[in-house]
Write a protein that binds this ligand. Structure first.
Ligand code: ATP
Ligand code: MG
Length: 440
C-alpha cells in the first residue's frame, strides 16, 4: 500500500494508509497509521473539501475535480503533518453492474487438502464464465460462496479436505472510461492510485459489525448523488449495487414542489422529523422568511415529499437489489449511513415501513476520528482503510483488479491529414524540374 517516503519535517515515519473518497458533495481523505506488527491501523486524521466537478459519482469536470482532490489532500496533510503521495480511491459511478458466475475444479480421485493454488484455480474457472461487455472492466472479483463436495456455505476452504471445490463468484463491472477518469483526476492531483474500491463495499466495511455481516444485513449509504447498497451474509459480500439517487434529489423535490430556492430546501430538509409528523394529530405549519418573503407550508406536506422519495428508494430500488442478491433472510436488518442517514427520524420511519430492524451507522472507527468528521457521511472514507487492510490479510476475499487497462500516457490525437493523396504534378512543372536538374 502506501509507503511514506518523506514527511514535511523531513524524517521518515511509520507506514501510513490513505483512503480517498470522491463523493458528490465532498471529497474526503482518511489517513491511518499502522499499528506495529498487529496488522491493524489507527486513523490519525481526516481531510475534506467540497466536491466540484463530480455528479452522481461521475467526474463531469476534470479540472474542478482535481482542485477538490488537491484541497482535501492538503487539508489532511495539514492535520497529520505528513506529505501524502498515494491513496486507495473510492467512488460510486452509476453504471455499476454485478455479474454472477460459477466455477468448479476437481481435487483428485481421493479426498485431499485444499491449497491456495486450488482457490486460485477455482476462481479462474469461474472468471472464465464471465462475459464482460465491450468497454467495461471488472473492478472487483468477490468470492460469494465456496462449496466442498456439495456442502455449501464454506467460508474459507483453505486447509479443508474434499474432492471437488465449487465457487460462486461476483464480478462488479463498470465502464472503463469511468475508472480512467477517476484515475486521471487523482493522478493529476499528484496522488498515485494504489487501488480502487467501489462505494457500497467501502461503506459496508466501514459500518457493519462482524455479527451483522455474519447474520446477514444490508448496508445502504445514501450520499448526495448516489446510494450504495451492499448485502452481506455468512461474513461475505453477496451483492453490491449503486443506485443513482441521493439526498440532492430530496432537496430538488422540496424546491420544485414548494417552489422555494434550493438553498432553503436543503436547510429545511435537515429540520423535518420524517417519523413523528405522521403521529401527530394536528398539522403544524413550517414558517420562514427568505430574502424578505414570508413562506408558510404544512409540515405534513413537506414530510410527504421526503417520505415519497425515501419510499421509492427503499420499497422499489433497494428491495429489487435484495431480491436479486439471492439472500432470503437479513436477520441483522438494515444499516443506513451516508449524509442522508442523519435525517431526523429516518431509522424509525424506515423500520416502520420495511418492518425490519434499522440502525443509523457512523464509522466503526468513529472514536478514532476527529469530532465533527466522524459522522455517517464519513463511513465510506473510513471503510477504505478497512478494505485495504482486509485485502492485505486475505488477498482472495476481494480480488484486486489489475490496473493494466488504465492508460497512463496522455492520449495523443492524430491530426487528420488535410490532403492524404499525393498530388500529381502538372506536366509543365515536371518538365521545368528536369530542365533545372540538367542546367543548374
Ligand atoms: N442532517 C441531515 N439531514 C438530512 N440530510 C442531510 C443531513 N446532512 C447531510 N445531508 C445530506 O446528505 C447528502 C450528502 O451526503 P454525503 O456527504 O454522504 O454525500 P457524498 O459522499 O459526498 O456523495 P455520494 O456518496 O452520493 O457520491 C446531501 O444530500 C445532504 O443534503
Ligand atoms: Mg459518499
Amino acid at each position: 500500500m502506501f509507503k511514506k517516503t518523506s514527511t514535511m519535517s523531513g524524517y521518515r515515519d511509520p507506514e501510513v494508509l490513505v483512503g480517498l473518497d470522491l463523493g458528490t458533495s465532498k471529497v474526503t481523505v482518511v489517513v491511518a497509521e499502522r499499528d506495529g506488527p498487529s496488522g491493524e491501523a489507527q486513523i490519525i486524521g481526516v481531510g475534506q473539501a467540497p466536491s466540484d466537478g463530480i455528479r452522481k459519482g461521475l467526474i463531469v469536470h476534470l479540472d474542478q475535480a482535481v482542485r477538490s482532490v488537491r484541497q482535501a489532500i492538503g487539508d489532511a496533510e495539514n492535520m497529520v503533518g505528513l506529505k501524502l503521495s498515494e491513496a486507495t480511491v473510492s467512488f460510486s459511478g452509476c453504471d455499476v453492474q454485478s455479474l454472477r458466475s460459477k466455477g468448479m475444479i476437481s481435487l483428485g480421485r481421493s479426498p485431499r487438502t485444499v491449497m491456495q493454488l486450488d482457490i486460485a484455480r477455482v476462481i479462474e474457472a469461474a472468471q472464465a464464465n464471465v462475459t464482460v461487455p465491450n468497454n467495461q472492466i471488472i473492478l472487483h472479483t468477490i468470492p460469494v460462496e465456496y462449496s466442498l463436495d456439495g456442502n455449501s456455505g464454506i467460508d474459507d476452504p483453505l486447509g479443508m479436505t474434499g474432492m471437488r471445490l465449487d465457487i460462486d463468484l461476483e464480478s462488479v463491472i463498470i465502464p472503463s472510461a469511468t475508472v480512467q477518469n477517476v484515475f486521471n483526476c487523482v493522478e493529476k492531483a499528484g496522488i498515485t492510485v494504489t487501488g480502487f474500491v467501489i462505494k457500497p463495499l467501502a461503506s459496508a466495511l466501514g459500518a457493519m459489525t462482524q455479527d451483522e455481516s455474519t447474520a446477514g444485513s444490508v448496508t445502504v449509504d445514501i450520499g448526495g448523488g448516489t446510494c450504495g447498497v451492499a448485502i452481506f451474509a455468512e461474513g461475505r459480500s453477496k451483492s453490491l449495487a449503486v443506485i443513482p439517487v441521493g439526498g440532492d434529489h430530496i432537496t430538488n423535490d422540496i424546491a420544485s414542489v414548494l417552489k422555494i430556492p434550493m438553498i432553503k430546501a436543503e436547510e429545511i430538509k435537515k429540520e423535518v422529523d420524517i417519523y413523528s409528523v405522521d403521529h401527530e394529530d394536528q398539522d403544524d405549519l413550517l414558517e420562514f422568511d427568505h430574502m424578505g418573503k414570508n413562506y408558510s407550508y404544512s409540515l405534513t406536506e413537506l414530510t410527504e415529499i421526503i417520505q415519497c422519495r425515501i419510499e421509492e428508494l427503499f420499497m422499489s430500488l433497494v428491495r429489487t437489489e435484495i431480491a436479486n442478491s439471492g439472500v432470503s433472510m437479513l436477520p441483522a436488518g438494515l444499516i443506513i449511513t451516508g449524509g442522508v442517514a442523519k435525517s431526523v427520524g429516518m431509522d424509525r420511519y424506515l423500520s416502520r415501513v420495511l418492518d425490519i430492524p434499522v440502525r443509523v451507522s457512523s464509522p466503526l472507527d468513529a472514536n478514532r476520528m476527529p469530532p465533527g468528521k466522524n459522522g455517517p457521511e464519513y463511513t465510506c472514507a473510513a471503510g477504505i482503510i478497512r478494505y485495504a487492510l482486509e485485502q492485505e490479510r486475505d488477498p482472495y476475499r476481494y480480488i484486486e483488479q489489475s490496473m493494466d487497462f488504465i492508460t497512463t500516457k496522455p492520449v495523443s490525437i492524430r491530426k487528420p491529414d488535410p490532403d492524404p493523396k499525393p498530388k500529381k504534378k502538372p506536366f509543365l512543372e515536371y518538365i521545368i524540374d528536369i530542365l533545372k536538374e540538367l542546367f543548374y
